[in-house]
Structures are given as C-alpha cells and as structure tokens.
Design a binder for this molecule. Structure first.
Ligand code: GDP
Ligand code: MN
Length: 337
C-alpha cells in the first residue's frame, strides 16, 4: 500500500538534514569558545559562519566556557544556530583568578607600567586571567575531557570559505598536532622576560625539546633571541593531548611559576606557539591555508584555486600572509627547506 517507499538501493544516501538526531562527526573533536554574556552578538556572528561554511555538514559539538554563568538568553540564542550538541561550562574560580602566591603589589606595578606604555589590555587583570586560562587550563575543563581535538573560535570572527574537508580528520590522518591560519609578531613589552625563562626551561629539560623543532620560526640567531613570531591563537585547531602531556604541562608550570602572566602580560598565543615550535617536530604544525579567516584586524584569504574551490568571500587584497607584520615568511623559511 505504500509503494513509494520501496528502497532504491542504487540511489545516493538521503541528505544529511533528514536525520535530525544523527551525529556526523567522525573525529573526537569539538569547537571551543570562551566568551562573555555581553559578547552574544559576536558569538552569533562567529557560530553562524562556522555552521554555514563547515559544521552544518559535519555537526561537531560545541563547548562554551565562561568565568560567570551563561545567561538563559545567551544559551537559547546560541542553541538556535545549530543542530549539533552544545554544552555550556562554568570555569572553576581556581582555574581563572590570579593565584594568591602572586605578589599583588608587583602585579600592580607591572600593570601600571604597561598602561603608561599604552600597551593594549595593559591594565586589565581579567585579560591576564584569560591568557593564563587559555595557556594552562582550558584543555582540562570537565566538558573538554572527553575530546581530543578542538577548534578554537572567538566571538566576532569571520570564516570566509567553505571547509568541505574535515580539518580534524586531516590532523589525525597526517599526524599533526597544531594548526594555524595567521602568524605575526608579539608586542615585546608584554613579554620582556618570557624568552629568558623559555631558555632556562630548555636547559633544565633538554629531553622535552624536539630534535627537528621550529626554532627557525622563533629566532634569527639559533635561539639566543626571540624574534616575537607566534601563531595567532584566536584560531587554533589542535590536539589537546599535547597540552595535557608531560612536556607542555612542565613547560606551562615552569612559566606560570615565574608569575609573568600577571607581572607582565604574557599571552596564550606566544606561550602556545613557543611550546608547539620547540616541543614538537616541525612537521606536526600545520598551516591551514584553505581556511579563510578574519579576527580584527587581520585577514587570511586563500588565493587561486583554493579561493574558487572554497567559494570564498574575502577580499584577496586584504590577505595578511606576506604583509610586513606577518610571520608567515619565517614559517616558509623553515618549513619549505
Ligand atoms: P583579543 O583577541 O586578544 O583582543 O582578546 P578578546 O577580548 O577577543 O578575548 C579573547 C577570548 O577570550 C575571546 O573569546 C573572549 O570572548 C574571551 N574573554 C576575554 N576576557 C574574558 C573574560 O573576562 N571572561 C570570559 N568569559 N571570556 C573572556
Ligand atoms: Mn579576540
């Protein structure tokens, strides 16, 4: 009585949208976004583009993290944007706030100095909390423990191209650990003593330094001085097992114990980047050149066939890759040789 439903086994499978409950992800991966309730408009922009360009097809889950409880409005508006699973997490205070062993007078002096020097976020404690959290704590949050891979997304970014091939599977299948789209120079005033501590760590723990590392990306003189190059961590596709592992754990703990997240204003970008560049062989770091991306004020816009294949919407003239402030040529220098 229902002849129309006779299966035609030669036809293509039904479109993804017909099975609402299914989960199409195939790597053990999640998006992760740290955000504040008042960033909701920017969050909606970013997630809408993630869905449009990639995740409506793959349905990887999302984990949202906040040092304050997410509002009902935040949760419901975000939930409208995707069929994928979403979890909202509250960061424990001890993973976020300035530790008691930090000398607040010294920290205040450090903040005042950066304010006087007009350094962005120079006077902000919450920004420092965020940088330290992203450096040493996000990957051990309860909601992230079940995942290995993550794609970090921030509010108010843009994704300009279709991502038809699963970047998580790419990472897994090509034995990659850390993926980036934009690299650039750090403000030296935020990390005056960081490199000295990195060198001390390498002397104390040569066993953690990878043989075929990317020192050539970080230094012009074999490691004596830091050239300030780093991967921009507002975009990351990476393996949390690296951050969870012994080498990085020791590295983070050593740096954290120096207090520079508060006495100076160490960013999670240089900390992650230096670790990835020195503790991993260089072939474990991947430049996602096909992923068109914007975080104020820089754009990575693919060109040529990648632009066409990705149906990209960025302006090629804005591509930052080989502009003066970009570090991609340093990456090419080590990676292409
Ligand atoms: P910038 O990219 O260095 O200019 O810094 P952002 O303001 O974009 O902050 C980086 C990330 O941390 C973004 O995802 C922000 O939403 C998030 N973030 C920064 N400060 C806080 C904070 O105090 N609380 C929460 N929950 N998220 C924060
Ligand atoms: Mn940002």
């Amino acid at each position: 009585l229902a002849p129309e439903i006779t299966a035609d086994t030669t036809s293509t499978p039904p479109p993804l949208a017909t099975s609402e409950e299914s989960n199409y992800r195939s790597a053990n991966a999640t998006f992760v976004m740290l955000a504040r309730n008042n960033e909701i408009e920017g969050v909606i922009q970013s997630i809408s583009e993630v869905e449009l360009r990639f995740n409506k097809k793959f349905r990887y889950p999302y984990v949202f993290l906040n040092d304050e409880p997410f509002s009902e409005e935040f949760k419901s508006r975000v939930s409208e944007l995707t069929k994928a699973k979403i979890e909202f997490g509250l960061i424990p205070g001890e993973d976020w706030h300035q530790p008691d062993w930090i000398d607040e007078d010294l920290a205040k002096q450090g903040r005042d100095k950066l304010v006087a020097d007009d350094v962005i976020y120079g006077g902000s404690v919450s920004y420092r909390n965020m940088c330290r959290f992203n450096s040493g704590f996000f990957f051990n949050q309860k909601l992230l423990q079940k995942y290995r891979w993550y794609w970090r997304v921030e509010p108010s970014v843009h994704f300009y191209c279709n991502v038809d091939n699963d970047p998580f599977l790419y990472m897994e299948q090509h034995n990659k650990t850390y993926g980036f789209t934009i690299s650039l120079f750090e403000f030296e005033k935020t990390i005056p003593t960081l490199w000295g501590h990195v060198k001390d760590f390498m002397l104390q723990h040569p066993e953690y330094v990878a043989r075929d590392n990317s020192m050539g990306f970080l230094s012009e003189d074999g490691g004596e001085n830091y050239n300030l190059c780093h991967f921009w961590s507002n975009f990351e596709i990476a393996d949390m097992d690296f951050w969870r592992g012994t080498a990085y754990t020791k590295f983070f703990e050593y740096l954290d114990s120096q207090g520079g997240f508060y006495y100076e204003r160490w960013g999670d970008a240089p900390v992650h980047s230096i670790a990835a560049a020195l503790l991993l062989p260089k072939d474990k770091i991947h430049f996602f050149k096909e992923i068109g991306y914007f975080h104020h004020p820089f754009t990575h816009c693919p060109s040529g066939k990648l632009y066409l294949d990705g149906k990209c919407s960025c302006q090629i003239g804005l591509n930052f890759d080989y502009q003066g402030y970009s570090c991609l040529r340093k990456w090419d220098r080590i990676y292409l040789t």
